[in-house]
Design a protein around this ligand. Sequence first.
Ligand SMILES: [Mn+2]
Length: 430
Amino acid sequence: MRGFLSELDSTGDLRHVTREVSAKYEIAALAHKLDGRPLLFEDVRESEYRVAIGVCGSRALLARALGVQQDQLLGRILESIEHPRPYKTVNHAPCQEVVEDEVDLYKIPILTHCERDGGPYATAAIAVAKDREYGLNASYHRLMRIGKDRVAARILPRHLDEFLKRGNREVGISIGNHPAFLFAAAVSCEIGKSELEIANALREMAFVKCGGNDSMVPAECELVLEGTITDELVDEGPFPDITGAYDIVRKQRVIKINRISHRRDPIYQAVLPGASEHRMLMGMPREATMFREINKVCTCLDVRLTAGGSSWLHAVIRIRKERGDDARNALEAAFKGHPSLKHAVVVDDDVDLDDPNAVEWAISTRVQFDKDLLLKPNEYGSSLDPSADQVTRRTCKAGLDATLPLGAPRDLFVKAKIPLEDGMKVEDYL
Ligand SMILES: [Mn+2]
């Protein structure tokens, strides 16, 4: 992460906050006002650490971190998921420069974000666990600090949970990571496929073994919490999820932290819940899987999970229409590529899917609802949609075909062009 922050500094894209701020609400409040922009807080009242937030807060930042153009992102991501690359390991690593004599989580500026939060929460914590057969797995777990050496961890029934059932309790929790690792850890792939290798395929990076267990963490990360997942259950939450609305309180496991190591002059990293960084990291891997599925049935040019749909529930799909049923097939494929998807609109290649007004324009001028609306009642949907049945997760999904019928008189549907506008510089006139 530190190298990427320097790159951002070199172009003036990292905002430094030198004024003293509190880890309780104040950092979250400013980060919320400046959503999407990377910030470095240099003077935190409660801690010696600096705090970075929003490091990967936009597509432009992720593209820059991975060294690709924005329109190549989804392709690059799919390539790394399909062709993970074995990484180098090192014996000495910056993240182990300083080993704390005593574990004390109160020295770390774990932020308190929102009004009703159950406590201070680590939001950019990536836990790496090891299994003899499956190898190393990396996944995000929000961690609520409940003591000097204890956190409550939200562990969904996914890979870490499966590792636990197989008797693997030791984790290396990495905080302060390069966008490539932040992104790779957010990818959902099959068990046994290592997110560490996906990260290394996105951008070469080395890993180091933890000092007190057999897990591995990125050598260049800022801070490592080595812990043991216990059987003790405590109330975890409330805490907001990707939609920005509060998630319920659940009984979750306690992780006992046994060892803390970090870089000299460490930087703690946070992701603001529900903000653009959270939405991008969680949503973009699903854009990639939708992109893959839709391209199996037609020519898909790009996919967006929209900001208004929390980068999770609503999508816009841009296709080059070649057959009459392309849009319908694209919708079905999108629901397959992202099972939590609730609503999708398919547009033609002349519509800018990053402009909500352009998408609405396509809906307003190209849709006849009796023919173009696909309703899918009683589907299994997202747990994050409060309007879905909260017990069964049943929901009604909808797709909209906002593409022109093949053979429609295109002249009636495209925007009129003003001849001199392309290449015109407004500065030459004002
Ligand atoms: Mn996994």
